[in-house]
Design a protein around this ligand. Structure first.
Ligand SMILES: Nc1nc2c(ncn2[C@@H]2O[C@H](COP(=O)(O)OP(=O)(O)OP(=O)(O)O)[C@@H](O)[C@H]2O)c(=O)[nH]1
Ligand SMILES: [Mg+2]
Length: 422
């Protein structure tokens, strides 16, 4: 089964906690603090892999969690960092923020991409010793790893997109110009999943993508809909195949116009790509006039048109040559620009806070403050002192006083509630 979209959840590892430990040695009493730092949590890394061509695996496994860093140890021992979790995806996979749909990364090269960063390890108590605080009984916990709900979306990478009604011979064409062997049959929607083929062009190759046929109303969901058009969205040009023999009793001019309308309603950018029109099944034409009318129609609209027969391989050379020539003048395959911006993590410097009074309680709020709060051990005198100094040195005490706080008034900071003591 071909799967080209998937929603998954990724979570990088948490950093290991810093250790609280004191140096122990025979004949040495009251050694200094020597608790080591926690190791970094594992990152979540995406890497494009040429051997993959579907997002099928992500149907069955939707949670990807990297390992946590190890906690710090005694004797200044730093905990081990966790290895990254590497997720392999096909070339051309887009990573989007699941909620907003904004593009985080277009994975269309070999470069690994760190999608979620592991948390830093916490500092061990060895860092918190000062001349006046010689026995720090606290250490910092590791930071959490980043986590995201993301949508993966495959947009194949090809130079040329083959578009047209079902049964016009797109797959037959691909099979005679490349070594690809797509299924070919005389019914609609033989092709249910995209096929890629490489055309040899003076030693260089260009890649053609054959996608399922499009019918009238496809943009509204008719037939297989237009979802597959995403696989020709990065193409540099299109080959628009039309059955000029009218083997199914349709008029080629009408077919041509319908497809262009469907393209337009799916994406004006896609519809504006350079198009070469390929009049196929010329071997089976019995109404020469219909064919001539068709050629005159598309030429009048400014499109180059080539008459071929994919079945008898007639007329292929000039078409493939022209396609190669045109490609030389066109920009490279599109790489989509990232749109998503990670919400800024409040930096140490950005110490904004608010204080408000509700009934008698003074409520202090500030993301950074909540983070520090997480690291405080309230049963430890030194640790409490440290927190009090944070409140003092950042002007929070001043602000409380300014708002008229009195001895014994309740103060609430996150989950912590205490009575104010001057
Ligand atoms: N006479 C004639 N028949 C052709 C030619 N090219 C393809 N056919 C036939 O047309 C039918 C459809 O061919 P496919 O290549 O499967 O068509 P398609 O456009 O890929 O069709 P879908 O995958 O269903 O969209 C098959 O029976 C082919 O043998 C041609 O040049 N001349
Ligand atoms: Mg086909």
């Amino acid at each position: 089964m071909f799967v080209d979209v998937a929603k998954i959840w990724i979570k990088a590892g948490k950093g290991g906690d810093g250790a609280v430990a004191f140096h122990r040695e025979k004949y040495v009493n009251a050694g200094g603090p020597d608790g080591g730092d926690g190791g970094r949590g594992g990152d979540i890394i995406f890497k494009a892999d040429r051997n993959l061509n579907t997002l099928m695996d992500f149907r069955y496994k939707r949670k990807y969690v990297a390992e946590n860093g190890k906690n710090g140890g005694t004797n200044q021992c730093t905990g081990a960092g966790a290895p990254p979790l590497i997720i392999k995806v096909p070339f051309g996979t887009l990573i989007k923020d699941a909620e907003t749909g904004l593009l985080i990364k277009d994975l269309s090269d070999d470069q690994p991409f760190i999608a979620a960063r592991g948390g830093n390890g916490g500092w061990g108590n060895q860092h918190f010793a000062t001349p006046t605080r010689q026995i720090p009984r606290f250490a910092k916990p590791g930071q959490p790893g980043e986590e995201f709900h993301i949508q993966l979306e495959l947009k194949l990478i090809a130079d040329v997109g083959l578009i047209g009604f079902p049964n016009v011979g797109k797959s037959t064409f691909l099979s005679v110009v490349s070594s690809a062997r797509p299924k070919i049959a005389n019914y609609h929607f033989t092709t249910m999943t995209p096929n890629l083929g490489v055309v040899d062009y003076f030693g260089n190759g260009y890649v053609i993508a054959d996608i399922p046929g499009i019918i009238e109303g496809a943009a509204g969901g008719a037939g297989l809909g237009t979802a597959f058009l995403r696989h020709v969205e990065r193409c540099r040009m299109l080959l628009h195949l039309v059955d000029v023999a009218g083997t199914e009793g349709r008029d080629p001019i009408e077919d041509f116009e319908i497809i262009n309308r469907e393209l337009q309603s799916y994406s004006p950018t896609l519809a504006a790509l350079p198009q070469i029109v390929v009049a196929n099944k010329c071997d089976a034409v019995y109404d020469e006039e219909m064919k001539e009318r068709f050629i005159a129609h598309v030429e009048a609209k400014g499109y180059p048109v080539f008459c071929i027969s994919a079945a008898t391989k007639n007329g292929l050379e000039p078409l493939l040559g022209k396609t190669g020539e045109l490609l030389e003048t066109l920009p490279k395959t599109k790489v989509f620009e990232a749109e998503y911006v990670k919400p800024a993590v409040p930096s140490e410097k950005d110490k904004a806070f608010t204080v408000r009074k509700e009934n008698r309680t003074f409520i202090v709020e500030g993301e950074w403050l909540f983070k520090i709060l997480d690291t405080v051990h309230f049963d430890d005198y030194e640790s409490m002192n440290f927190f009090q100094r944070v409140l003092q040195s950042n002007g929070i005490i001043d602000k409380l006083e300014e708002l008229g706080i009195q001895e014994g008034d309740p103060v609430q900071i996150g989950d912590l509630e205490f009575d104010y003591i001057r």
